[in-house]
Ligand binder design. Structure first.
Ligand code: DGL
Length: 273
């Protein structure tokens, strides 16, 4: 049984999960965190369920080798395709990002029309639409896959004309559906939130599932008596980052979006797990 001071494991295919890391770090400042970004195998969004489940299984084994007390799947694609595998492999409590995001959107909408943008795999799974239907029969969900957003974000083109153009191309049809709420259904997308906001206009509220996920995590840790109540000292290195490739590039990117000294990022061979 893990103890309260053990770290939380968070993973994504790349840098996107840092948007979830950021929320968790603010909400639960005394928690230690081990982050894994699968930068050698990103993107997940165009891969088969079998492949994503195999990757997720390896990552669970890696995180458990770091003695984590809980695992946050900070990736919508893995949440959509691999939860069965993750829950079967994991000996610690796990949390995905889709249900928290869907619940938050159902609370936010006034006209009952919700849009979801995500990877091809997440949209193809219909998981958001199916779950939102259970929250309110009258809710209408329109999904749109935006496959180029992930490579644009991974390349750091957060404020760029190319990203603007791609966003217009993807989002125009959503504006026509009269949605008043849009779920950023891929953890990479909050990093281009400003671009998406500009294209969608002021009337559409953007939902970042990371906020609700951080609150859910607090509840999950409390329920399992795993919330760390010991203060961790500032000097102690609370956060550890691992990637499957390109540690230096990841570190620079992470440092640009998280106002905390990202001390070190190590590369590991994830295929060995
Ligand atoms: N950030 C991930 C997600 O939330 C994965 C994106 C990808 O690798 O395609 O879906």
């Amino acid at each position: 049984m893990p103890n309260k001071t053990a770290p939380i494991g968070i993973f994504d295919s790349g840098v996107g999960g840092l948007t979830v890391f950021r929320e968790i770090m603010h909400k639960l400042p005394d928690e230690r965190i081990v982050y894994f970004g699968d930068t050698a195998r990103v993107p997940y969004g165009n891969k088969s369920p079998e492949t994503v489940a195999r990757y997720a299984g390896q990552i669970v084994r890696f995180l458990e080798s770091k003695r984590v007390k809980a695992i946050v799947v900070a990736c919508n694609t893995a949440s959509a395709l691999a939860m069965e595998e993750i829950e079967a492999r994991s000996a610690v409590p796990t949390l995905e990002v889709i249900k928290p995001g869907a619940r938050s959107a159902a609370r936010t909408t006034s006209n009952g029309r919700i849009g979801v943008i995500a990877t091809e795999a997440t949209i193809g799974s219909n998981i958001y639409a199916n779950y939102i239907k259970t929250l309110g029969e009258n809710l209408i969900v329109t999904g749109k896959a935006c496959p180029l957003f992930v490579p644009l974000v991974e390349e750091g083109l957060l404020n760029d004309r190319v990203t603007d153009e791609v966003a217009k191309r993807y989002l125009t049809e959503l504006i026509e559906t009269d949605i008043d709420t849009l779920i950023l259904g891929c953890t990479h997308y909050p990093l281009i939130r400003e671009t998406i906001k500009r294209v969608m206009g002021e009337k559409v509220k953007l939902v970042n599932p990371a906020h609700e996920t951080a609150s859910e995590l607090e509840k999950l840790l409390k329920a399992n008596c795993l919330l760390n109540d010991e203060e961790t000292s500032e000097s102690e290195s609370k956060y550890h980052f691992y990637v499957s490739d390109g540690a230096e590039k990841f570190k620079q990117f992470a440092a640009s979006i998280i106002k905390y000294g990202i001390l070190a990022t190590k590369t590991i061979n994830i295929e060995a797990y």
